[in-house]
Design a protein around this ligand. Structure first.
Ligand SMILES: [Zn+2]
Length: 270
């Protein structure tokens, strides 16, 4: 009897915590809804992170974010932090909440390469790639939690995925967002679209777009044997990626030629 009550409690809690987002039907969450969840997750990440005290890197990131944000024309509440971590990583949550990890800085080598990475990450946010991924993941998680709850009722906890376990344990939508954001990969199509849009953003922001394919070369050389960072994941072959970037180059150079300020490769990053 006690176990059945627990199952009902979990089921109810799941439905209540998920009902604030329109994910039970076919609707994707609205910008406002997903941005609010992203903000909670971002606040959470910040509270658990150590920020870099490297003045040069902080200024560099703020400057490049500002230019990419302007180039995107998106009216987000932009915010960026530099997190002290050996991870070669950077990301932009829906709504323009950005983090750059110090581990990526030496690999970048140039300010333009930082613009390429941020252009790519910001493009995921402006193209709303997180929405479908989030809606899909939350639906799967609801199923996972109900199954998990049923299993608890049966006396065993058999949640298959870490995501399911975390969500079953915590039940919060913000946690759901964070798990979704960090665990899930974008599709190849989304990666390709972010590559293109990102290259156009960097060019529009005044950075030489030819640095993008060179950066991916450096990244490839760097990540061998390690888990690839977000912008290296789910991609078609490196050769295809470079070919695509070169194919879009004329369009990018046209934007670059019209940019009010040209920074070329910008400063070197050491
Ligand atoms: Zn990406």
């Amino acid at each position: 009897m006690k176990k059945i009550s627990l199952f009902l409690f979990i089921l109810l809690f799941t439905l209540v915590s998920c009902s604030s987002l329109k994910i039970s039907g076919t609707n994707e969450p609205s910008d406002e809804e997903i941005n609010a969840e992203a903000l909670k997750a971002y606040t959470d990440v910040k509270s658990k992170s150590k920020f870099s005290t490297n003045k040069e890197w902080n200024e560099l990131v703020q400057r490049v974010v500002k230019r990419i944000a302007l180039a995107s024309g998106e009216n987000f509440q932009w915010e960026a932090v530099v997190i002290e971590s050996p991870e070669v990583n950077a990301w932009c949550m829906p709504g323009g909440k950005i983090a750059v990890y110090t581990g990526i800085m030496p690999v970048l080598k140039t300010e333009a390469a930082l613009a390429a990475v941020l252009g790519h990450e910001v493009a995921h946010a402006t193209l709303r790639h997180g929405k479908q991924r989030y809606a899909r993941a939350m639906k799967e998680n609801i199923i996972g939690m109900v199954v998990g709850g049923a299993v608890i009722a049966g006396g065993q906890f058999l949640c298959k995925t870490e995501t399911c376990k975390k969500l079953s344990a915590l039940g919060g939508v913000a946690t759901g967002f964070a798990v979704t954001f960090f665990d899930r990969k974008f599709s190849r199509g989304d990666e390709s679209a972010a590559d293109k849009q990102g290259q156009l953003y960097m060019a529009k922001a005044g950075y030489d777009p030819s640095e993008a394919p060179r950066l991916w070369d450096r990244m490839n050389a760097n990540h061998s044997g390690k888990a690839p960072p977000e912008f290296m994941s789910t991609h078609p072959s490196d050769e295809n990626r470079k070919a695509a970037l070169n194919e879009w180059m004329p369009e990018a150079y046209q934007l670059y030629s019209q940019a009010p300020h040209k920074y070329g490769l910008g400063v070197n990053i050491n």
